[in-house]
Design a protein around this ligand. Structure first.
Ligand SMILES: [Zn+2]
Length: 286
């Protein structure tokens, strides 16, 4: 476990803004289920546990990972909170976001408790949570999160495990941004995997953040994705979707990129995300 990180000693600090772990007792089953459902398209690069991710971070040179969970049913937000309470004590290098389900009658209370616990963001996957991202009911939920000055992290775009679902479409996030402009919103997978032109037209330049989790290789291979990045470089966050991608590979791809400048790499690796979250043991001087 790393001691306090003195950024002056490091050229570049690296924060993975999109990673997943599971409680130790269910990690093996959770990973097996996703791989099975993916029918050969999904691999895992850690065993899905806390220690597995920490080892992966050490190997990749990643200082911090933001851990994302999704509340898939009533009451699940609360059990996620209980798990975070225990697990966050094990390392300051894991920054946990919470989640709540829109059907939870006490979501206000849960969000408040999460805030009081020091949790800085809430993750939603409207596909898994079964509501359209731009539905009016969900807007009340988002407003509650934003009233608590927390970040909202969304799954965005097509999800191969839900091929028929349009709840996280680029168009829906465009509607959502009209209602919540200027808010601390992160859209995963660069706004929508493989829909780069549409993302550029509907979501680019609107003040929301994008992570590159799971889509980095695809983005590097597409001229329109590269243009989307160039137009929004102050809003792009490094993220891997670990365990579903290799943290080391993602770090290497950015670090060794022949086209990104040092300044662009720094923004991607930590400067942009530091506009959204606080890290206790890092001085604000970054
Ligand atoms: Zn993910």
């Amino acid at each position: 476990m790393a001691a306090q990180i003195n950024i002056k000693e490091k050229e570049i600090m690296i924060i993975d803004a999109h990673a997943h772990i599971y409680p130790d007792s269910v990690a093996a089953r959770a990973i097996a289920t996703v791989i099975e459902n993916g029918r050969g398209t999904v691999e895992s690069y850690t065993d899905g546990t806390f220690n597995g991710l920490l080892n992966s971070m050490d190997e990749a040179g990643i200082n911090y990972s933001i851990i994302l969970s999704v509340a898939t049913g009533m009451g699940h937000g609360n059990s996620i909170l209980q798990w975070i309470r225990k697990t966050a004590l094990r390392s300051k290098r894991m920054i946990f976001f919470g989640s709540v389900h829109p059907l939870d009658h006490d979501y206000r209370e849960t969000i408040k408790e999460m805030k009081m616990e020091g949790i800085q963001g809430i993750k939603f996957h409207p596909g898994y949570q079964n509501f359209p991202a731009d539905s009016r009911e969900a807007f009340m939920l988002y407003q509650e999160v934003l009233n608590n000055d927390m970040v909202i992290h969304f799954h965005s775009g097509f999800d191969p495990s839900l091929p028929e679902c349009d709840f996280t479409s680029v168009e829906r996030f465009s509607n959502l941004l009209s209602a919540f402009s200027g808010s601390k919103i992160v859209l995963a997978h660069a706004g929508g995997m493989d829909e780069w032109q549409k993302v550029m037209d509907l979501l680019g330049g609107r003040g929301c953040y994008f992570d590159i989790a799971y889509v980095l290789e695809k983005m590097q291979a597409s001229e329109s994705a590269r243009e989307l990045y160039r137009q929004n470089e102050d809003f792009f966050l490094f993220g891997t979707d670990s365990p579903w991608c290799s943290q080391k590979k993602y770090v290497d791809l950015i670090q060794n990129s022949p086209t990104l400048t040092t300044e662009q790499k720094e923004k991607m690796f930590f400067r942009n995300i530091m506009k959204l979250i606080n890290i206790d043991d890092i001085k604000k001087s970054v």
